[in-house]
Structures are given as structure tokens and as C-alpha cells.
Design a protein around this ligand. Structure first.
Ligand SMILES: N[C@@H](CCC(=O)N[C@@H](CS)C(=O)NCC(=O)O)C(=O)O
Length: 214
């Protein structure tokens, strides 16, 4: 059976978990607790020598990196969330990269300094927080424009890019980051959250994260 290693509070892990639940794949989730050193245990370092989550073990096949795992699982299960046609696939790849590199990285700077530092007893880095907030203001309007034209990130069909964006932006509530300047994005978020996969897995994550901050 497919084994997924990670923690449900991780943006990167949730990209994979949303997909797996959406596709209804039989799997075992092995929860790792970074605070207990699980990511650096000898056992986990065999699965991912980088000591980062997520990682999967699928039979005797082992894979790391959230986007590579998403692409692998979508292709293995012949899912149209990752289209086969060259240009359509390239557009999904473009938005997977954009949502990860630009939105995800910006949001992570905010999350680390507004949320995770409390959980991990770290000092917030105010310069990094400011960089995160400034780049969100730079990049979110791009996604807003895209969602004003389209129902989903890549057009009228749901794709891997929607799960990638949801994993990041789904945490905005936990960090009291308002999306009210982005009506199309807010409506997209509401639609995705109403879907069965999110109701099954995901809906409690922002509240759990928030409760850990106190
Ligand atoms: N590029 C990796 C990033 C994974 C990543 O940074 N995961 C974080 C959790 S959100 C982690 O494991 N951090 C532990 C560490 O950096 O030691 C991916 O997309 O899977």
C-alpha cells in the first residue's frame, strides 16, 4: 500500500494529501512530528536523506519532493488533474511552480514568523516577515486576475495547481492573513473548501494550527 510520510500541518505534505484524498487512493499516512526529531531519525533519513517531508513509499519505489510526488501519483492513476497534452500539461506545470515558488515561499515566510515560531519556540525574523508580506502583495494579484477569468487556477478544469495553491492559502486563516482584497481568490477558496475531499481531509487544519499557537 502507498505510504505517505509527513505532518498534516505542513503545506508541502498537504499538496500530496489533498490529491490522495481527492483521488480516493488507498494509503497509509505515517505522521511525523518534527519537534520529536522524526524528520532526522535514521529510519526516515533512509526514505529521504534530506530529512524533509513529504516522502512516499509505493511498493519498492521511494519518492520525495511534493510536486514530483503529485505528478507521479496523478500519472500513475491516469488522472486528468495533470493533463497529457503538451501545452495543457505545461500550463499546469507553470502554475505548480508559480504557486510553490512565489505564493508558497512568500506565505511560508509569514507562516514561520507569525505561526510556527510560537510552536517551535523561535524568535520571529521581522525582516523575513516583511519580505513575505511584500511578495504576497506582488504575487496574489496575478492569481486573482487568473481566477477572475477562470473557475480554477489553470482554466475551467480542476488541476494539481489548485491543490498546490490551496495547501498554502488554506493556512491564511490561521495566521489572520486577510484575502478580502482578492474576491475571485476568496470565492475559489470557498468553492474548493466545499468539495468532498476537503471536508474529508483538511477542514480542521487551520483551527488546529491556531490552537497550537497559544
Ligand atoms: N521542496 C520540498 C520542501 C519540503 C519541506 O521544506 N518540508 C518542510 C516541512 S513544511 C520540512 O520538512 N522541513 C524540515 C527541515 O527543513 O528540516 C517539497 O516540495 O517537498
Amino acid at each position: 500500500m502507498l505510504k505517505i510520510y509527513g505532518n498534516p500541518l505542513s503545506i508541502f505534505v498537504n499538496k500530496v494529501n489533498f490529491l490522495v484524498v481527492y483521488l480516493g487512493l488507498d494509503h497509509e499516512f505515517i505522521e511525523l512530528d518534527p519537534r520529536k526529531g522524526d524528520l532526522k531519525s535514521a529510519e526516515f533519513l533512509v526514505i529521504n536523506p534530506v530529512g524533509k517531508m513529504p516522502a512516499i513509499v509505493d511498493g519498492d519505489f521511494n519518492l520525495t519532493e511534493s510536486l514530483a510526488i503529485m505528478r507521479y501519483l496523478a500519472d500513475k492513476n491516469n488522472s486528468d488533474l495533470y493533463p497529457k497534452a503538451l501545452e495543457e500539461r505545461a500550463v499546469v506545470d507553470q502554475w505548480l511552480d508559480f504557486t510553490t515558488v512565489h505564493i508558497g515561499t512568500s506565505l511560508l515566510k509569514i507562516a514561520v514568523n507569525k505561526v510556527f515560531y510560537k510552536i517551535f519556540n523561535m524568535e520571529p525574523d521581522l525582516r523575513s516577515l516583511k519580505e513575505g508580506e511584500e511578495s504576497m502583495i506582488r504575487f496574489l494579484p496575478i492569481v486573482e486576475k487568473q481566477l477572475q477569468k477562470n473557475k480554477y487556477v489553470c482554466g475551467d478544469k480542476l488541476s494539481l495547481a489548485d491543490f498546490s495553491l490551496l495547501a498554502s492559502l488554506g493556512l491564511t486563516d490561521a495566521m489572520d492573513y486577510s484575502l478580502s482584497d482578492y474576491p475571485a481568490l476568496s470565492s475559489w477558496l470557498k468553492d474548493l473548501r466545499a468539495m468532498e475531499f476537503y471536508q474529508t481531509y483538511g477542514k480542521d487544519i487551520p483551527a488546529v494550527l491556531k490552537s497550537m499557537m497559544v
